[in-house]
Write a protein that binds this ligand. Structure first.
Ligand SMILES: [Cu+2]
Length: 468
């Protein structure tokens, strides 16, 4: 019986949480709608002439294919067409520059900025598979490739319909959004950022073993990708040491290609900088390399691959290397300005941002609703280290509490400042002190709205702080 009652309590909390999140979501949706409207107004049509402005096929032999480009996917509707003339109606619905290229036919659009549209007319496409890519460096490898199937006898009659989303009613949209919000926090396999244990070597080093290997990683419920990991988790395990410690990172490579390990924002001898071929040879598959240094803190460092890094890092090969006690350092820097009741930070949170590769848009290797919520009581404090291991700047916004920014890249600021939206550029680390003031479920997300939402509801870089 006590089991039952505790079960229903849990149920209640979950639905409270879900309900509050849904409430917040509607606010976010209105903002998204507003932004989308603006994007539509400023959209530039890159038509070369005015003749193709009508999307209906004039002679009946032109098929219109609607193309949507985002980070990092190309979707087409329809994806199967009959041979003949094709009018590609292309929208860059992402936040980076993309183009649409059919390399085999030497046909391509200019690079389109976020929100821009273009038409590409290709005449006489023959039966077969047509490979389409984005030619921005690294985007094809990150997933921006698609295949258009051209087949005799396939109908083009369905091709003049608008994007599938137009068929969705507002009631269906609300339902889809509620469904996904109710799943938060959804259970998935695997947790990143676990503290890495060390062993003390005979020669007085704290030894940490980091093994690079590919594992199946569940980014969101049911979506498994081949993640490139350290010790099988995304982000890699947290390495925490103190100034003066002799540190040895034993790095084993079980990948199908070479790698190397860069200790970013951490003072090391040049030979330990991990930049092959300058400071060492690449660590080949099956090989091991020991990185040794004396910890010189304080530091909010990160470790990540420095070999084929534009693939290895976004696919998961990055983690935090923290020197000294940042709960204490951050509270000292905050100087009592956040309203904390006991002068101590209750939590230290590593928040790794990513937007590319197999992992994609994510917080600590997970996409909403599989992201982790954080809990605080009023008066309690959380020290957050934002890490950006992706390709884009992410303005991280916590609805409440407002953060006091106390350090940049592990350097304590002389004048900490309050901010509710903190832009974290690739490679940066920002340390922020948050003290809870008002109870509730407070959304915490990237404010590039396509990094936080889809027409089917919240996704990607979204989580929440639950204050009681
Ligand atoms: Cu973002």
């Amino acid at each position: 019986m006590s089991d039952n009652s505790s079960g229903s309590t849990v149920q209640k909390n979950e639905s409270f949480l879900a309900k509050s999140v849904v409430g917040l979501m509607f606010v976010a949706v209105s903002i998204a709608a507003l932004v989308l409207g603006v994007v539509a107004v400023v959209a530039i049509n890159n038509n070369n002439g005015g003749s193709s402005s009508s999307s209906s096929s004039a002679a009946g032999s032109t098929t219109t294919v609607h193309v949507r480009m985002t980070e990092f996917a190309i979707t087409m509707s329809p994806a199967t067409i009959p041979p003949g003339d094709v009018d590609f109606d292309i929208t860059n619905a992402g936040t980076l520059e993309h183009n649409f290229a059919i390399k085999a036919l030497d046909k391509r659009t200019p690079f389109l900025k976020a929100g821009e549209t273009a038409h590409l007319l290709v005449s006489g496409i023959e039966a077969g598979a047509v490979a389409i890519v984005c030619e921005t460096a690294g985007h094809e490898a990150s997933g921006m490739k698609a295949t258009l199937t051209v087949a005799e006898g396939s109908s083009s009659s369905a091709s003049d319909t608008t994007m599938p989303m137009a068929a969705v009613t507002w009631q269906q949209m609300d339902k889809a959004m509620e469904d996904v919000a109710m799943k938060f926090p959804a259970k998935t396999e695997g947790v990143g950022n676990q503290e890495l244990e060390y062993t003390m070597s005979a020669d007085g080093y704290k030894e940490f073993v980091l093994t690079a290997k590919i594992v199946k990683w569940e980014v969101e419920p049911g979506k498994f990708v081949d993640a490139w990991t350290y010790n099988g988790m995304v982000p890699g395990p947290v390495i925490h040491v103190n100034s003066g410690d002799k540190v040895r990172i034993i790095h084993k490579n079980e990948l199908p290609e070479s790698t190397s390990l860069h200790l970013h924002g951490v003072r090391v001898p040049n030979a330990m900088d991990g930049v092959d071929p300058y400071t060492q040879k690449p660590i080949e598959p099956g090989a091991t390399f020991n990185y040794e240094f004396v910890a010189d803190g304080p530091a909010v460092g990160m470790y990540h691959s420095h070999h084929n890094a534009q693939v290895q890092i976004p696919n998961g090969m990055a983690g935090a290397l923290i020197i000294d006690d940042w709960k204490t350092l951050a509270m000292k820097a905050a100087g009592g300005r956040t309203g904390d009741t006991d002068g101590k930070a209750e939590q230290e949170v590593v928040m790794v941002l990513n937007d590319a590769g197999n992992i994609g848009l994510s917080l600590n290797g997970k996409s909403f609703p599989a992201t982790t919520p954080y809990t605080l009581k009023v008066g309690e404090t959380m020290v957050v280290h934002y890490y950006n291991e992706g390709f884009m700047t992410h303005p991280m916004h916590m609805h409440q509490p407002t953060g006091l920014v106390v350090a940049r890249d592990g350097n304590v600021l002389e004048s900490p400042y309050f901010a509710d939206t903190i832009s974290v550029a690739p490679g940066e680390r920002w340390t922020v002190v948050y003290t809870a003031k008002d109870a509730g479920v407070w959304a915490w997300h990237c404010h590039i709205l396509t990094h936080a939402e889809t027409p089917q509801g919240m996704r990607y870089m979204v989580t929440a702080v639950i204050v009681s």
